[in-house]
Design a protein around this ligand. Structure first.
Ligand code: COA
Length: 465
C-alpha cells in the first residue's frame, strides 16, 4: 500500500524583522547573518497569535483547498516544542477552533495527540500516522499532521538570529499525490543529551549552540548509516562499486534551524559517504590538503569537541570541501531549493524540514524540472536527542498541487517591525489586543484566563472574518 503526503498548507505570521536592522541593533556584521547564518528575515508572531492558532490556520487552509470535511479525517496530530499546557494537548485547541467553522462536535469521531521531541517530533507523527493507515486501522479516513512552532531565544543571545515562527499542515493518506514514503527503511537513533532544552516555566531554551550543531550532524549520520543498511538489504536502492547511495537520492531535505545548517549537514554526510570512493582523490586535489583525522578513535562528540586542533582543521577542511565542484554540483542540484524559504522565514523547529520540503517542491517546479519518481532523502533532527532518516518518492500527480504553490502570495503582505517594536513583543510587554497587523480570515487568540481561578490558563480563540 502506498502512503504518504497528499498535500500540505502553510501558515506564516505577517510580522518580520529584517537582518540588516537586526545586525545594526546588535552590532553584528550583516554579512555574518546573510552569509554565515543565511538569514534575511525572521517571521515573528503578533500579540494575538500562538502556535495553536497558527496550527489551526494551516489546517483550515489544507481542509478548504481540498474540500475536506471533518468526517474525512480520522486523526489529527500536532507536533510542537512550543506547548501551551502541561496536560491539554495542542490538537484539542485546534479542534476547538475548527469547530467554530465546521460545527460543535464535528471532529468527535477522530483521535490524536500532541507529540514532543524537539524538532524531530513531526517526523515521528508522520511515521506513526502512515503506519496507522498501512495497518488499515483508519477505516477509510485520512490523517492530518500539523507541525507548529515559535522559535524564540533570549534577547542578545547567539540563538536570537535563528528565530522564526510558522505552521504546516500535511494530509496523510493512501495513494497520495505528492510523496509516497518508502516502506521498511525509516531509521532512528536516540540518546539522552542536553544540547538544547527548555525546562518547565521557561519561554526560551537553554542552548549549547555549537554542541547542538555537531550533535545534529553526528546523530543524523548514525541514523543514515542504519537507513543505508536497510535500503541495501531491502533492495530499495542498488549501488555499484564506487557508488554511494547518496548518488541515488535525487533530493535532500534536512532539518533547517537556519539556512546555512542545511549546507553543513549535506557536507558532513557527503564527506562520510565519499571518502572511501575513487572520486575522493580528485576532491582532495581540489581542496588542496588532506582531510584531518581525530586523535580519539572512538569519535564520540565529547572527544571530538575536546580536540581543539582537530576541530579547527576540520572546520577549515569543511569550508574548502563546500567550494569543490563535487560538492557544489550536489548542493545546487539536490538541496538549494529546499533552503529558499528558511532565509525569509527563519527557524520553525518542528516545521523547519517540512517548510524545506515545501520550498524544494515549489522552487524545483519553477525551474521546469520534472520531479516525477524523484526520491527525496529526509534527515530529521531533534535536540535532546533523536534523529530520523527516511525517504519518499514524488508522485506523478504532484503537479496538480505544486503548480499552485507560491510562497510570496501565500505568506502575503508582511509588516516589518522596527527593533523597538520587536523588543516590546519579545518581552511580552503588549496586551493581546495591541496587535500590529490586521487578521482577516484567520484564527486569533482573544483571551487567556478567566475571572475565576479554575479558568486560569484557559485560552479563547476567534475566527476573524
Ligand atoms: N561574514 C560572513 N560570515 C561570517 C562573518 C562575517 N563577518 N562572521 C562570522 N561568519 C560566519 C562564521 O564563519 C560561521 O560560518 P561557518 O560555520 O561556515 O564557519 C557562521 O557565520 C556562524 O558564526 P559562529 O560565530 O560560528 O556562530 P555563532 O556564535 O554566531 O552561533 C549558532 C551560531 C547557530 C550556534 C547560534 O545561532 C545558535 O546557538 N543557534 C541556536 C541553536 C541552533 O540553531 N542549533 C542548530 C542545531 S539544532
Amino acid at each position: 500500500m502506498s502512503v504518504g503526503i497528499d498535500d500540505m498548507a502553510i501558515y506564516v505570521p505577517k510580522l518580520y524583522i529584517d537582518s540588516k536592522d537586526f545586525a545594526k541593533a546588535r552590532g553584528i556584521d550583516p554579512h555574518k547573518l546573510e552569509n554565515g547564518i543565511g538569514m534575511k528575515q525572521m517571521a515573528i508572531v503578533d500579540t494575538n497569535q500562538d502556535p495553536a492558532c497558527m496550527a489551526a490556520n494551516a489546517c483550515l487552509t489544507l481542509m478548504q483547498k481540498n474540500d475536506l470535511k471533518p468526517k474525512d479525517i480520522g486523526r489529527m496530530y500536532v507536533a510542537t516544542e512550543s506547548a501551551l499546557d502541561e496536560s491539554k494537548a495542542m490538537n484539542s485547541f485546534v479542534i476547538g477552533m475548527l469547530e467554530q467553522i465546521y460545527g460543535e462536535g464535528s471532529f468527535e469521531h477522530a483521535g490524536g495527540i500532541e507529540c514532543k521531541f524537539a524538532c524531530v517530533s513531526g517526523s515521528y507523527a508522520l511515521y506513526d500516522n502512515a503506519n496507522w493507515i498501512r495497518a488499515e486501522e483508519n477505516n477509510g479516513h485520512a490523517a492530518i499532521v500539523i507541525v507548529s512552532d515559535i522559535a524564540k531565544y533570549d534577547l542578545g543571545s547567539a540563538g536570537e538570529y535563528t528565530q522564526g515562527a510558522g505552521a504546516i499542515a500535511m494530509l496523510v493518506k493512501e495513494n497520495p499525490r505528492l510523496v509516497v514514503f518508502d516502506p521498511k527503511v525509516t531509521s532512528t537513533i536516540i540518546k539522552n543529551e542536553y544540547d538544547f532544552y527548555r525546562p518547565f516555566g521557561r519561554e526560551t531554551p537553554l542552548v549549547n549552540g555549537n554542541y547542538s550543531n555537531y550533535l545534529y550532524l553526528i546523530q543524523v549520520k548514525k541514523a543514515f548509516d542504519s537507513y543505508k543498511e536497510k535500503v541495501l538489504k531491502t533492495g530499495l536502492i542498488r549501488i555499484n562499486n564506487d557508488e554511494s547511495i547518496t548518488d541515488k537520492i535525487d533530493y535532500f531535505s534536512v532539518h533547517i534551524p537556519y539556512r546555512k545548517m542545511g549546507e553543513k549537514a549535506l557536507a558532513y554526510l557527503l564527506r562520510h559517504e565519499w571518502r572511501h570512493l575513487k572520486r575522493w582523490k580528485q576532491i582532495i586535489e581540489e581542496v588542496g590538503f588532506e582531510e584531518p583525522i581525530a586523535k580519539d578513535p572512538r569519535g564520540t562528540i565529547e572527544s571530538i569537541l575536546a580536540d581543539e586542533d582537530f576541530m579547527k582543521s576540520d572546520e577549515k577542511f569543511r569550508r574548502a570541501f563546500i567550494k569543490t565542484s563535487f560538492f557544489k554540483q550536489v548542493f545546487e542540484q539536490k538541496m538549494l531549493s529546499s533552503l529558499e524559504a528558511s532565509a525569509i522565514i527563519g527557524n520553525l523547529y518542528t516545521a523547519s524540514m517540512y517548510m524545506g520540503l515545501r520550498s524544494l517542491l515549489e522552487f524545483e517546479y519553477k525551474k521546469n524540472i520534472d520531479l516525477t519518481n524523484k526520491r527525496i532523502g529526509f534527515g530529521s533532527y531533534g535536540s535532546g536527542s533523536s534523529a530520523m532518516v527516511f525517504s519518499g518518492v514524488i508522485q506523478e500527480e504532484y503537479k496538480e498541487i505544486v503548480k499552485d504553490m507560491d510562497l510570496g502570495s501565500e505568506i502575503g503582505n508582511r509588516t516589518k517591525l522596527d527593533m523597538t517594536e520587536y523588543k516590546r513583543l519579545h518581552s511580552n510587554e503588549l496586551k493581546i489586543n495591541e496587535s500590529f497587523s490586521d487578521h482577516k480570515k484567520e484564527f486569533v487568540l482573544v483571551k487567556i484566563g478567566g475571572n475565576t481561578a479554575d479558568k486560569a490558563g484557559k485560552r479563547d480563540y476567534l475566527f476573524c472574518n
